[in-house]
Write a protein that binds this ligand. Sequence first.
Ligand SMILES: C[S@@+](CC[C@H](N)C(=O)[O-])C[C@H]1O[C@@H](n2cnc3c(N)ncnc32)[C@H](O)[C@@H]1O
Length: 472
Amino acid sequence: MLRLLKIVFSSVQKRSNTNVSAVLRSVSLAASPSANFVSHPQMEAKLYHAPPQVRGMTSLDKDAFAQTITVPALRVPTRFINKLMKSLKKSTIQRPGVPRVVQDQEESPDFRLVLLDPHRVSSSGSFSEAEAEALRSFDVSQELQHYELRLTYDNLKSEEVLEAVLPLEQDVTSSFSRVGHIAHMNLRDHQLPYRNLIGKVIMDKNPGVTCVVNKTNNIDSTYRNFKMEVLAGEENMVAKVKENGVTYEFDFSRVYWNPRLSTEHQRVVDLVKRGDIVFDVFAGVGPFAIPAARAGAAVFANDLNPESYRWLQHNSKLNKVEGKVKSFNLDGRAFVRGPLKRELPALFAGKGRVHVVMNLPALALEFLDAFRGLLQEEAPYDNNLPTVHCYGFSKDDNPERDMVERASLVLGFPLEGRCNVHSVRNVAPNKDMLCISFTLPQEVLFSQHEEQTEHSEEPTPKRQKCETADSS
Ligand SMILES: C[S@@+](CC[C@H](N)C(=O)[O-])C[C@H]1O[C@@H](n2cnc3c(N)ncnc32)[C@H](O)[C@@H]1O
């Protein structure tokens, strides 16, 4: 017992952030007959905290995170270790790089120490009924031992490192989007002085991340890409990602890619059948176009950004559907009034259904006017009118109704009762992304609306202001 007391006392002394009452309490508890482990709430909460001197660090010094802490342990006969580890798996220590079984202090080959999670086990009464039963069945004492565990930077999680470094009581969000080897962050102002350290920590703690970038502007560029600054790692921005089983490659700094849209891409692609025809007006690097082609559709895909257009072609080849995807580098309105208009009459007679995808949520609704009076002479459309899937943002209290009203206004035709509105995701506290789907009414397609020519110099419609960090 004296030896145990010494271990506890010396280890607690090493913890410079431990207060005196915690030290005294831990000693008295360890000496008590019930052999309770240190159960002072303050100590428990701080067990995994990095040493206080790291606060304010801006250049990563990994050595400064080393510390020794005391954890509870059970002394278990070596021959029962494997069986007992299964029963105790909820209580054993779970730290990256920390072994759960170590040598007994006496270095006896017949016994091992099983290290326990101090947040779960503070006394022999902490074991569940099943755990206690397993210990009894192997005749293992529930008396807790103490083990001095050396923790280093490698054993801490990224939030623990950042919580210890960044100013107290300020948000320490370390979340990021993963795009291939790139971790994409959106740091707040108070985090900026620590940005290089944050970048290194994210890279160290996330296998496969070899580059960390921070967004330096809101997504308000025409091509919907972010300006970004490399915080850590390689400067290579050409990412390779897999979405819904399809591989894409692109330069993340020059095109639009949002890993949060994979479900929506799949939802729309699932509506496409072999033999259908898809017009993707704002195609990006192909996350609707390429899976639709793989599903057996003939695809006409367009993007105004020459870089997106280049990667769209690259991805078509990469996925061996270049024969199914015809790509264009036009303004969306010119694409509708050019290639789409040219193809449409012949498709009316065909069996394949026609889908038009318009994913540029900040603006796409305004582009719907391109369909007004698109075809002047009635073609034999045979009920095979295109289905349009048009995306939009809404800040309205009733976003579904808002979408229907805005789409109807631009089309000059009431869509109420003739459309379906799907809520895609919430992009900011009061901003939703939605998709309105409807059959393009023949009254719109064949209306007497003043048609503009394919290359008309009409003014660009006013863009909705994008204030959020996550607009697309
Ligand atoms: C929100 S992204 C969507 C890309 C892709 N469909 C996806 O789901 O990831 C919108 C795309 O529209 C393109 N774009 C922006 N303005 C355009 C315009 N006037 N005409 C055609 N494409 C445009 C951008 O370059 C961008 O690739």
